[in-house]
Design a protein around this ligand. Sequence first.
Ligand code: BG6
Length: 298
Amino acid sequence: MPIEATDDKVELISPENPNTKVSVLLYGATVTSWTIEGVEQLWLSSAAKLDGSRPVRGGIPLVFPVFGKSNAPGFDQLPQHGFARNSTWEFLGRTKENPPTVQFGLGPEQANKEVYSKWDNGDNDFTLLLTIELKPDALTTTIEVANSDSKPWKFNWLFHTYLAVNDIDDTLVNNLPGETCYDQLLAETYEEKAPAIDFNGELDRIYQNVSCEKLLQVIELGKVVHNVERRNLPDVVVWNPWTNKAAGMADFEPKDGFHKMVCIEPGHVHDFITLEPGESWTASQIIRMGDAIKLQAI
Ligand code: BG6
């Protein structure tokens, strides 16, 4: 069976290999695990709450309608990263048998009322459609955001992807030199000069308007371990909490687990997207197994 659904999650299994599979929790429509031939590609905290009591720490949480905290009118009451990751989505069923593909939906009826009511006073009618496709070597997550309202509204979108690595000390992320970066820790904007991003402390940066032609590669000891492709997602957040920040997060375990992860988060967060009534917006993240290093100049 390529697709197995229970009350709280949906599993897609590759017809090519039963150990290539993805598990999606209805809470947040959060991908909590993705294995290729038995090898886990995502990081999930061992203390992650999977019972709907708080957003999942790890996997691929979904960020909508705001990234981080915002003072913008209509967004200033929302908690960090909005309400998509703490709402229980509806499983809409399978759209393709091979490659196994499923869809999930979220609208005002399913949204976590307490949080949703803090976005423009819960007055925005919206539809989110998430499509997840499992190929033998790749996972594609596609989001469609539609305005079902009679007035325009604004939003951010981000896939908050926690990629698994063997050791963050040996990890590099390429193809970002020359890009404009807002460093959330320094509260400064600058041009990235490093030939590749390396990790030796807490890092929290938003690379803005990075051409979607650019492939982002996570490289360990000279070997590509993940390729991240983007469609219509110009911004890339790179995050690792390191020792102190991980220590302060109750649901981050083991405490030295930051050695085993890096967040590469494709999104549209440098400004808000405005959707007019009846309009929709679509974007995708494609994570692919490693192959050759590809260097792309700006
Ligand atoms: C990242 C942000 O996307 O998410 C960080 O850039 C933030 O600033 C991190 O700390 C985790 O956020 P949260 O709300 O899941 O703890």
